[in-house]
Design a protein around this ligand. Structure first.
Ligand SMILES: Nc1ncnc2c1ncn2[C@@H]1O[C@H](COP(=O)(O)OP(=O)(O)O)[C@@H](O)[C@H]1O
Ligand SMILES: [Mg+2]
Length: 507
């Protein structure tokens, strides 16, 4: 149905697509697999007319075509649901679907349009009220609106860019049901993901991209998840297991009576999106917080590090109330923060490596005296921490934006761990990193745990938490449920993540 032939695309010096060939057939689900930055979104943005390729050819049913805009792609039967949705929140589902549709004028009868839309949803196994404003829908439901919008325009080929990243496990099942129906209707679905198990389950054909090149293609049934992982990463994958890491270099136990004092405690903390959250973390302990993104994780991290005050409740450290302390004050006490989005929250991408390492220290000696920054001293300190963390950069003067994701994260760790932190709040610390960088971050966290830091690890990757944490709680809709992990297994934690309440004894 659609062929992308020898597609090339550069962004400045970066070669995002280096001669990619791929063919999508009717009645098949085609998985596009690859690590972050492999070029998946870029390739499909080319197919959707959003990006102009630097070279190559696109053919539909054997005939060369030029797609100058999404409008032209849609007219030719191509639909795409992006990683970040593009809906108008205050408008109803129906109006979002009709928005910009050339046939909308035919539907002067809104009632009839609403009925047709509800029927379309039902055909996919979904119930959806067309008249409800989009902003009142969950993320999973909004995704359905995006899919309906594409099908309303009669997409014969539907591109889904990492659709499961924002879904709970039951929502994933419902999406898969719909994808199967679309396939049975003879449509072609492109399913972008980096989750191997999912791709194996739902796809017929697979293409693996690495650094803008196709490194493997074939039938999904002919390849194991481990083989796919090797193709994605390009070398043998060392899977993180609890056995690899656990107990390695655990801190010496602290006597019970001093422990009470030494803990980080949250008492009944309530904030936007957080309801009555309480927990304690001892020195030398990693408390994991599992959950699908958007269930209060950002707010929890913000309250603990001092970015946002809670509306109710207290944060205690070593027995003293630090609730009113700012981020800077808590940093002096030894609070370190590895935020969710390193490019936006942790680094200033246009500033140099040295400046980013300095970002939080510039006011204090030896970096500055009487308010004057000593750049030679700063550069020496930056060089020392950066060497320790093996940051690979052309020089420390280049903009942090030019570093790979793994090296950017090392800059964040170098800065945050330079203060010998006693409390660490880390959120999705290895997102988008390759295997080597991932292992490095894990090693560093475990080294800090061995050095007696109290660590709050917030992650949407359950495997990571199972491998690294001493205890695990689950955040759902802003509420924290503690589990009896390690006695509690993956399945029960998965159910709590989906909002299914379990009796206390099976948590
Ligand atoms: N608009 C852009 N400008 C500059 N670089 C970009 C742009 N879009 C993507 N890139 C870069 O191209 C590469 C491929 O990105 P992308 O296609 O988004 O990867 P994927 O979807 O597989 O994670 C990455 O290195 C990314 O940083
Ligand atoms: Mg992408």
């Amino acid at each position: 149905m659609l062929e992308l032939l020898d597609i090339r695309k550069r962004f400045g010096a970066l070669v995002a697509l280096d001669g990619v060939n791929v063919r999508f057939s009717p009645g098949r689900v085609h998985g596009l697999l690859g690590e972050n930055g492999a070029g998946k979104s870029t390739l499909m943005n080319v197919a959707y007319g959003m990006l102009k390729p630097d070279g190559g050819q696109i053919r539909m049913n054997g005939t060369p075509v030029v797609l100058r805009s999404p409008r032209e792609a849609i007219a030719k039967g191509i639909g795409m649901v992006h990683q970040h949705f593009m809906l108008a929140g205050a408008m109803s589902v129906l109006d979002n679907v009709l928005l910009g549709d050339w046939r909308a004028t035919q539907f002067l009868n809104r009632r009839r349009a609403a009925d047709e839309l509800a029927a379309l949803a039902e055909r996919l196994g979904w119930t959806l009220d067309p008249l409800v404003p989009v902003e009142r829908l969950s993320v999973g439901q909004q995704q359905r609106v995006e899919i309906l919008k594409a099908l309303w325009r009669d997409a014969r080929l539907l591109i889904l860019d990492e659709p499961t990243a924002v879904l709970t496990p039951p929502e994933v099942e419902q999406l898969f049901g719909a994808v199967e129906r679309l396939r049975d209707e003879g449509r072609s679905v492109v399913f972008i993901s980096h989750k191997l198990g999912e791709v194996k389950r739902i796809c017929d054909d697979l293409t693996v991209l690495r650094r803008g090149r196709v490194v493997w293609e074939g039938a999904a049934e002919d390849v194991s998840p481990a083989e796919l992982a090797n193709h994605m990463i390009g070398r043998d994958v060392e899977t993180v297991t609890r056995a690899t890491f656990s107990r390695r270099g655990h801190a010496t136990p602290i006597p019970d009576d001093t422990l009470e004092q030494a803990r980080l405690r949250l008492d009944n903390v309530t904030a936007a999106n957080l309801h009555d959250v309480s927990f304690q973390i001892s020195p030398g302990e990693i408390l994991g917080i599992a959950g699908v993104d958007g269930n209060g994780q950002q707010e929890l991290a913000a309250v603990v590090v001092g970015l946002r005050p809670p509306t109710r409740g207290r944060v205690l450290w070593h027995g003293s109330d630090v609730t009113a302390m700012s981020l800077e004050q808590r940093r002096i006490l030894g609070f370190a923060h590895i935020p969710n989005d390193r490019k936006r929250e942790a680094l200033v991408p246009t500033m140099s490596v040295t400046e980013n390492v300095m970002l939080k220290e510039y006011r204090d000696p030896p970096m500055s005296r009487f308010g004057v920054i000593s750049w030679p001293k700063a550069a020496a300190v930056a060089k020392h921490v950066v060497d320790q963390f093996d940051v690979r950069a052309q020089s420390l003067d280049v903009a942090v934006a030019t570093l790979s994701g793994g090296n950017q994260q090392k800059v964040v760790l170098a800065r945050e761990f330079a203060i010998q932190p006693r409390v660490i709040v880390a959120m999705n610390p290895v997102r988008g990193l390759d295997v080597a960088a991932t292992n490095f971050v894990y090693e560093q966290l475990l080294a800090r745990r061995a050095a007696g830091a109290a660590i709050l690890l917030i992650s949407s990757e359950l495997d990571e938490l199972l491998a690294l944490c001493d205890r695990i709680g689950v955040l759902y809709a802003g509420r924290l449920t503690m589990t009896n992990f390690p006695a509690t297994g993956r399945e029960a934690i998965g159910r709590l993540m989906a909002g299914i309440d379990l009796p206390a004894e099976s948590r």
